[in-house]
Ligand binder design. Sequence first.
Ligand SMILES: *Cc1c(COP(=O)(O)O)cnc(C)c1O
Length: 368
Amino acid sequence: MKVPFVDLTVNYAAIKGKVDNAVSGVLSSGRYILGEQLRLFEENYAAFCSTKYAIGTSNGTAALHLALLASGLEQGDEVITVPNTFIATTESITHAGCKPVFVDVDVGTGLMDLELVEDVITKKTKAIVPVHLYGQMCDMARLRKIVSDNDLILIEDACQAHGAYYDGNKPGHYSDAAVFSFFPAKNLGCYGDGGAVVTNNGEIARIVKKLRNHGRSFKHLHEREGYNYRLDELQAAVLNVKLRYLKDWNNKRRTLARAYSDLLSELVVVPSVQSKMWCNFHLYVIQVERRSRWYDYFDKYDIGYGTHYPIPLHLQPCYEYLGYEHGDFPVAENRAARIASLPMYPEMTYDMLNYVVSTIRKIKKVVK
Ligand SMILES: *Cc1c(COP(=O)(O)O)cnc(C)c1O
């Protein structure tokens, strides 16, 4: 048997008729940028997130860049985030002229360790960007309190957390804004690049909307330079179709994750989910010793896998200038050496899951 890490073709096959219709509707409409499909998607996605506003952007990185700019961050401000995330998180921070400051993560969840946050707050700190890693949200009530006590801005990197909840509330509820990516392999993905900012703050929404379209207020009037960060009509039309299935797809991932955890908990370290969390299981990440040997076996048995992420950002060559060293974030570093993402997508079958589990049983006997 072959079990891919993710297979987007099965997903497309199941909704092909609806997607093809939506796409051909856009193609024959003659309107490809900033049209009805985007307007509709923004309405639909704001409703889905229970926020007042959603603004489509060209990708998740652009969404975070704009959310930071729109909340008033300036050159030289420090922004606290975690080292175990995709580089897009810190790229957006530096694109906004700010300096990423890292804080270590919780050993079980890999989420920002809220015990440590206040230690790295300085006079220059302006914002905190938590990452809802693998689809599990941070403790937002506690983070909200830290942010309010220190008069900071809170922007959520929810690029992996479509439809996730903390205590019944989705990203965007406790923060100034939350940002999403619709990269194809995300829980809600389009067929190209896409992203969104969601917020309850009318001023942030207004600025994001302006900046994503060259800063223009009217056709030829620019008070401030902006960017070409728009979500196009084709992707918006696809997202309008796929959004209707998101809840169902997330539930399927959760059922698979539960089955994985039931069968694997004696064999490997399985994901730890906190009590108030409704995790969307964007990724199902286990922890093992001697990972490269596990990967050799996965290759041999045709099982797809990934590492999210193998090199923490504070140890990336491009961030050498920040002055961090090996050992600065022991938990993140330790997790980076042990994490392995298993195949996980809504259309994965139980036969596939059982094959992955039985292969892990075999590997466990030989890799000690
Ligand atoms: C995917 C992702 C992003 C970036 O999204 P793009 O749409 O690829 O720009 C940012 N942060 C995290 C945590 C992500 O997983």
